[in-house]
Ligand binder design. Structure first.
Ligand SMILES: [Zn+2]
Length: 218
């Protein structure tokens, strides 16, 4: 497991690092003897193991991207987990049910834990949906742009919303509200992480850290 990113504050700086330094990288003061303005905190990793999730939308780098990184350039692949962490995802071969391979991805919970009636039916809904003709390669061809993994997830979410008597989401709303904010958070985290692996520290002025650079939010 990668060590977590640690954030601490000293001399008007936010300091991000992978291990707490002996002295402040900004002012050089010995940190062991001095009092920090706030205790160092570990930032939670933005990644989830999909196979330990239940009823989530999942986003991972596409399989054809060998580096499997969220670097902002790779294609992303999406899927939906059942209550046992099996990831249903639509590919050119139809819907596949993955028991592994989604250990490092972004997860978006789709069901509140108190929605018991929905939780009880989730696996059946997902199974039925994945058996529909839209996802059967004999009936419908996978299309990179218009009939892809996201179409499968969105139409599933909309079928659940319809069963709940709620309004359908457009592809744009679904992407903008559910997927992009989390993917951007992961991309920032990965960028910061790469930086720390080569440069050891990332410093942000504390006065500015609420405005432009919101790295403390990740
Ligand atoms: Zn300092």
């Amino acid at each position: 497991m990668d060590p977590p990113v640690v954030r601490l504050a000293h001399c008007q700086k936010q300091i991000f690092c992978l291990s707490v330094p002996g002295e402040c990288p900004s002012c050089g003061e010995d940190l062991r003897g001095s009092r920090l303005q706030e205790a160092p905190v570990s930032l939670p990793s933005p990644f989830s193991n999909a196979h330990k999730t239940s009823c989530c939308l999942l986003v991972a780098p596409a399989h054809n991207n060998t580096s499997r990184e969220f670097d902002g350039t790779s294609d992303l692949h999406t899927g939906i987990s059942n209550t046992a962490g099996v990831v249903y995802n639509y590919t050119c071969a139809g819907v596949v049910r993955d028991h592994s391979g989604w250990e490092r991805c972004v997860s978006v919970p789709l069901v509140r834990p108190d929605m018991f009636h929905l939780l009880n039916q989730w696996d059946q809904y997902l199974q039925n949906h994945s058996e529909g003709p839209s996802w059967d390669p004999a009936w419908h061809r996978f299309d990179e742009e218009h009939h892809n993994c996201l179409s499968f997830c969105l139409s599933f979410v909309n079928s659940v919303l319809a069963a709940e008597g709620r309004v359908a989401l457009s592809r744009e709303t679904f992407t903008q509200n559910f997927i992009l904010p989390r993917v951007q958070r992961v991309q920032k985290y990965c960028f910061l992480y790469k930086h720390l692996q080569t440069h050891q520290y990332y410093l942000v002025d504390r006065q500015e850290d609420r405005q432009e650079d919101r790295k403390e939010d990740i």
